[in-house]
Each structure stands twice: as C-alpha cells, then as structure tokens.
Design a protein around this ligand. Structure first.
Ligand code: ATP
Ligand code: MG
Length: 372
C-alpha cells in the first residue's frame, strides 16, 4: 500500500504541473479572443476536461496522503447538509436519502473538501450497490471509543470522535470483497466502470485525519460504513467568511517568480504580466539569488515553487529574507513537501497556493499576501 501510494503521489505531482499548463494556456486563450468567437466553446471543453483531471489527481493524492489540505474547525452536520443536493443528484431519483443529523455534535477539524470526497465516494458505491429502488441513510453522532472497543477493532485509538454512519440497502459484500475493499484498484465492477480508487481514497483521507473506518456488510443485507473523525469538544466554530467573487485583481508591485517547470513558469509569468506586475523570472533558486543580488530596486513578493533541484523554496526564501527582510513570500506546489509540512498539513504561518490554480484564484492569493 505504501509503495503504490508513493507511486501515485509522484505521478499526481507531475500531473498537476501539466494540468496547470493546460488550464493556464486555456484561460489565456479565452482572454485573447473576442467573447463571441466560436472557439470559446472548444476552449471551454478543454477547461472542463482539465477540471476533471484535477479531480482524478486529487483522488490519487488523497490516497497517497499527499493531498494538500487546509483543515477547518467545523460541524459535520453543516458540511453534510450543504452537500445533500449534490449527493441526491449523484444518486438519482429512485433511491431515497434519509438524513439524520445528530444533536449537539462536537466540532471536528477537517478540510471540508475531504468530507465531500468521502461522501461522494460512499454515495457512488451505495448507488451502484442498490441498482433500482432502495434507501441510503446518513447519520451523525458523538462517539467515545474506549480501550475495550479499540482492543477489538484494530486501527481504532481510544478518544472522542464524531461518527458518520453511511448505510445502504444494496447488494452487500461477501467476505472476499470485504477483505480487499480498501485496496487501491480493487474493484468488482466491469472494465471501464470502476477504477477501484474510491474507497482507497476514503481510507487515505480518514487516516490522514487520524480517524478510523469500519464496515459491516453481508451479501443481500446491505452495507454500513462507520467513519470516525477525531472530535474537538472544546473548540468553537468560526463563522464562514464569504468567498470573494471570482474576479482577477491586479497590482503594480515587483514579483520574483521562481519555478523550475518551464510550462508552469510560462503560465505564471503570463498571468502576472497581464495583471500588471513587474517581473523578475528565474528557473532555479540559484538564478533567483543572482537576479535578486543584481536588482537594486525593491522586490515586494517572492513567488516560488517548493521542490526544486539544488535548494527548496523555503530555504531560498530564508536566504532572500536575510538581505531583504520586508520581502513577502508565497509558495506554490503540486503537493505537500515534507520540508514544508509534516503529514500533509500546512504550516499555518506560510502562504501557500496549491497547483493547479486559475488566474482569478492566483491573482487574489497574490494580492492577499502582498496586502497582509
Ligand atoms: N456500498 C457497497 N455495497 C457493496 N459493495 C461495495 C460497496 N462499496 C464498495 N463495494 C465494493 O468494493 C469495491 C471497491 O470500491 P471502490 O469504491 O474502492 O471502487 P469502485 O467503486 O469499484 O471504483 P471507483 O470508486 O474507483 O469508481 C467495489 O467494486 C465493490 O465491490
Ligand atoms: Mg467507488
């Protein structure tokens, strides 16, 4: 499992760079032509395919536990309620969805998009298992796992959890399927129907969050998954800040862009130039140091990739900060590097933007860091 995870994580990382180039050039093309040009339709399709590739890559990274995550303190009920509409669409009209939110639920600290990923995968499986008419039931509740329970359930650690129960009235599973279901690429679905990554992804996400998952299933009796998320009974939930509208905002500051991947560098350069920034562009950390040393004016922002040959982005930022203490830094990467963060979680103090990103996302993040 570990080796397959490393392989998947490595492929996904390179893939993110390539998708970044496809998405970026597509957006630049869209801007370069008149809004009513017939080619817009095709560009839109390219963009959509790139978005789908982003989702697949995210699944691979989630399974490899290399997914970049920004955990938030949240109420699981709220996240699930927000997703109900989408789930219902995924599941179809023949299947009833019963939702029983538990009362006084403890907060959990999870990246909401990971909960979406878990729910989507469990829902897709339940839908496939039901074939026809049936019911899916989702319930939440607080759960305290004691040492006796944990002794009986390998992988469980005593403590407070919020439990999500996800059950279906579908075909159920035989012991053989049950024994393998979390393995990557294990599927009983026909060629072209399932990739076998769904539950491997769920498993990776749950593990990354120090959670625990169990399954009860018998042939003909339906299936029930229990997903346990570590609870934070004493934490307060901060109200959601509304996202800014997806509009690009520019600036006129000087940015030092450091990226070793040529196509990502070209896209980021075009984005920044079109937003009005003055640029210094380097393909390696050494070049960046040279450029900075030879530049007499102010450099407002270092925008750097994290993993590069010779020196990582973090070390580069430290070197530059010694001589330019007011420099702001924004890191971009296809996945979390151990240098930057342990176990895939961001160091809260660093500004980070995961690849691939759109021009609007990029422009807002750059502004946010510059204005901080
Ligand atoms: N709710 C369920 N009821 C019955 N069988 C299930 C259920 N969930 C998963 N399985 C079994 O576990 C296997 C693995 O599930 P998983 O989600 O990992 O892959 P998949 O659904 O086959 O493909 P993918 O999710 O990548 O499209 C499934 O092929 C199926 O045999
Ligand atoms: Mg699946």
């Amino acid at each position: 499992m570990e080796s397959v995870g490393r392989l998947a994580g490595g492929v996904a990382h390179d893939f993110n760079n390539m998708i970044m180039a496809i998405m970026g050039y597509t957006e630049l093309c869209q801007q370069a032509i008149e809004p009513d040009h017939p080619v817009h339709k095709w560009l839109h399709e390219i963009g959509k395919s790139a978005q789908r590739s982003v989702l697949l890559t995210r699944q691979l990274l989630a399974f490899a536990r290399k997914q970049l995550i920004s955990p938030k303190v949240l109420n699981l009920n709220t996240t699930i309620s927000d997703m109900l509409h989408l789930l219902q669409r995924l599941i179809g009209e023949d299947i009833d969805v019963v939702w029983r939110p538990g009362e006084n639920l403890w907060p959990v600290k999870v990246d909401p998009s990971q909960i979406d990923q878990v729910l989507t995968n469990l829902a897709a499986n339940a839908r496939d298992a039901i074939q026809g008419v049936g019911t899916i039931t989702m319930e939440t509740g607080n759960a305290t796992l004691d040492p006796a329970f944990c002794a009986e359930h390998p992988g469980a650690v005593p403590g407070n959890y919020v439990m999500l129960s996800f059950s279906d009235t579908g075909c159920g599973m035989d012991p053989e399927t049950r024994a393998h279901l979390f393995e990557p690429f294990f599927t009983t679905k026909g060629v072209g129907k399932g990739t076998g990554l769904g539950l491997a992804t769920v498993y990776g996400i749950v593990k990354q969050n120090d959670g625990f998952i169990r399954v009860n299933s018998e042939p003909g009796q339906g299936t029930r998954f229990g997903v346990y998320w570590p609870a934070l009974p004493d934490q307060n939930i901060r109200p959601e800040v509304k996202e800014l509208p997806a509009k690009a905002i520019g600036g006129s500051e000087t940015v030092l862009l450091v990226e070793d991947d040529e196509s990502v560098r070209a896209v980021a350069r075009s984005f920044l130039t079109s937003l009005g920034y003055t640029l210094l562009v380097a393909g390696s950390p050494e070049e960046a140091l040279r450029l900075a040393a030879g530049h007499s004016g102010k450099i407002h922002l270092l925008l750097t990739d994290v993993i590069m040959p010779g020196m990582n982005g973090r070390d580069l930022s430290r070197r530059l900060l010694e001589v330019r203490p007011s420099l702001k830094c924004l890191f971009i990467s296809g996945f979390t590097a151990d240098v930057l963060a342990q176990r895939g979680i961001l160091d809260d103090k660093l500004s980070f933007l995961p690849k691939p990103f759109s021009r609007a996302e990029f422009s807002r993040k750059v502004r946010e860091v510059l204005d901080a």
